[in-house]
Write a protein that binds this ligand. Structure first.
Ligand code: ZN
Length: 240
């Protein structure tokens, strides 16, 4: 009954639902992106979810981080999220890590990593790791009214990675949600698309390796750009 709306679909059905249940997905960052990603993946029946975030819930998070209530302020996000997700779907295995993303954490056995972080260093670490391990990862970010999304399926595509688009030697952007603000549902839109991309990857329908999708919530417009591989990329390039 829980998954009946998936089972009704010819291209998901019982076989697809079983694939979702067998999947191991790591969500790095449980903020404005990680909350909708975690909620949708738990609801969809992704069998093994791992949650990573060192932060505690703060009042300023509640405008967009939809897993948390005012009474959760001061609590570790991973603890609160794990409890809420198990209340939604008690059949899942949920692991929580109250730490920053690290190579040690990424070395655990995951099928897909979802990058919901707010910094370039973590994104580059995830990119490099997933490239080396031939795993998929889905990255998103948002600032102000704008969101962007890109996914990489390294198991099927050996060239083009995040470092081809944003070089790892680039400085951290000076503008961030903490100093410039963000519209909550723009994060919700991007997080929902990340969760959709994860389901698409797990079911074998993913065709958007390195395609950047941008959403401008102020004009309501979308833009799609196909990135191209750099031959001298320090991660995936043939000349390095
Ligand atoms: Zn690259």
């Amino acid at each position: 009954m829980r998954y009946s709306r998936h089972l009704l679909m010819d291209d998901i059905g019982e076989a697809g639902q079983q694939k979702l249940f067998n999947a191991r997905v790591l969500i790095v960052g449980l903020g404005g992106l990680g909350c909708p990603v975690a909620l949708y993946l738990a609801a969809a029946g992704i069998g093994q979810l791992s949650l990573c975030d060192p932060d505690h819930v703060e009042l300023s998070n509640l405008q967009r981080q939809i897993l948390y209530k005012e009474s959760n302020c001061g609590e570790l996000k991973v603890n609160c999220a794990k409890r809420e997700l198990l209340a939604l779907n008690p059949h899942l295995q949920i692991s929580s890590y109250a730490v920053e993303a690290s190579a040690e954490l990424l070395n655990n056995n995951f099928d897909i990593v979802v990058d919901c972080t707010d910094n370039l260093a973590a994104r580059q670490l995830i990119n490099r790791h997933c490239y080396n391990q031939k795993k998929a990862f889905v990255s998103a970010s948002a600032l102000g009214w704008e969101g962007q999304l890109v996914g990489f399926d390294f198991g099927h595509n050996p060239s083009l990675c995040l470092n081809c688009i944003i070089d790892e030697n680039s400085p951290e952007p000076s503008l961030n949600c903490g100093n410039s603000g963000v519209v909550g549902p723009v994060l919700g839109a991007m997080g929902s698309l990340q969760a959709t991309s994860v389901i698409r990857l797990l079911l074998g329908f993913f065709q958007q390796h390195g395609e950047m999708q941008r959403y401008d919530g102020k004009s309501g417009r979308w833009l799609c750009l196909q990135a191209s591989a750099k031959t001298d990329c320090a991660v995936c390039g043939v000349i390095n």
